[in-house]
Design a protein around this ligand. Structure first.
Ligand code: ADP
Ligand code: MG
Length: 347
């Protein structure tokens, strides 16, 4: 049973002076299994934060349902095992970082000694021990992000929901947050996080869902999504000269080693045969996969083209449908009437 699932969730939000409503989520379905790190990925404005707010019961979906731990997302009972880092956390600016984490510990009813121990551990984990006694108003965006993460983890949650946890952090901070996420997974927690930076997710996620314009356009493991898209193969051989491999043009040479690129794996097979037959050694064959970013861009482009083609086909079908009654007559006209009359009828 999934720990978290969206089932055909749709949401509109009001916008503009007349508060017309625009459709932000269309039929979003996804599921996150226990123990997974799930990357909810998509560009700015795709609807990630809106989805997370629906998930936390801060917004109500117009249609569809959300379940957490097998209960409706709106059920408060589902919440105490959950930790949440909002995209733009607002914390009382006069509190120090340590006081803030302590405060959330109290909200969860954690007893004093345990609370103090956990606060210390978490501040250490997010790299904020030395800044814990500064008031939050003096924190940078990255420091807010870290203290927000400590706050989200105070109740030792089974499900951690992080909205853009890497945003505002420098490369070291991003790496540290990734390590924290992997640490949570190691402890058995489930992590559902959003990011608009796809490369952040690549080495981190068990599965990803790609959200674009409020629609999940793909869902799967990073490998599943990328394995269909080997861009080319890089191969190299040794102990041969260029003359031993007629018909194959090396892309580079380094000492005794010749490098080749193949876009077609049948061509690669042929090359391997020729290398072996000529007494050479194949020392390298590596598929060069598209990055998640390239995959995403290509998928969006493909989807747009498909949707455009589907719309065009529909409108053609519609206009063809409109002339169905007359098409027989037109055909008759073309065959049985004199050409001039047919041409006149078609005008
Ligand atoms: N409170 C709001 N009122 C009206 N429109 C909103 C509101 N919040 C977000 N939106 C719109 O909803 C869309 C999705 O936004 P959001 O969920 O924040 O995307 P993401 O988190 O993926 O960047 C955007 O077009 C945004 O302008
Ligand atoms: Mg967002």
């Amino acid at each position: 049973m999934p720990i978290l699932s969206f089932n055909h969730v749709a949401k509109t939000l009001p916008y503009g002076f007349w508060l017309r409503r625009k459709s932000v989520l269309h039929d979003v379905s996804l599921s996150v299994e226990a123990g997974e790190v799930y990357g909810f990925l998509g560009p700015n404005g795709a609807g990630k934060t809106t989805s997370m707010k629906c998930l936390l019961g801060l917004l109500r979906p117009d249609a569809g349902s959300i379940e957490i731990f097998g209960r409706p997302g709106s059920d408060p009972g589902a919440r105490h095992k959950l930790g949440y880092l909002p995209e733009q956390p607002y914390f009382y600016p006069h509190l120090t970082g340590a006081e803030l984490v302590e405060y959330f510990g109290r909200l969860f009813g954690i007893a004093a000694p345990e609370r103090r121990r956990r606060c210390g551990e978490l501040l250490e984990m997010v790299g904020m021990s030395s800044k814990a006694d500064l008031p939050i108003r003096q924190y940078s965006k990255g420091m807010m992000q870290r203290i927000g993460l400590a706050q989200a983890l105070i109740n030792d949650p089974e499900l951690v929901i992080l909205d853009e946890p890497m945003s505002g952090l420098d490369p070291i901070g991003r790496r540290e947050v990734k390590e924290i996420i992997l640490g949570l997974k190691k402890k058995g927690a489930t992590v559902f996080f959003s990011s608009h930076i796809l490369s952040d997710a690549e080495a981190l996620c068990d599965r990803v869902g790609l959200l674009f314009s409020g629609r999940i356009i793909r869902e799967g493991t990073v490998d599943e999504l990328l394995e269909q898209r080997v861009r080319y193969w890089e191969a190299a051989c040794e102990d041969l000269s260029r003359a031993d491999l007629p018909g194959f043009e090396p892309s580079a040479q380094q000492g005794d080693r010749l490098y080749f690129r193949f876009e077609d794996d049948r061509q690669l097979d042929r090359w391997v045969d020729v290398v072996r037959a000529a007494g050479g050694r194949v020392v390298l064959v590596t598929p060069q996969r598209a990055t998640l970013e390239e995959y995403f861009l290509a998928t969006v482009k493909q989807d747009k083209a498909d949707r455009g083609a589907a719309a065009a086909a529909e409108s053609t079908a519609r206009s063809a449908g409109a002339s169905v009654d007359t098409s027989g007559a037109q055909e008759d006209a073309l065959h049985s009437r004199p050409p001039r009359a047919a041409a006149g009828g078609a005008r």
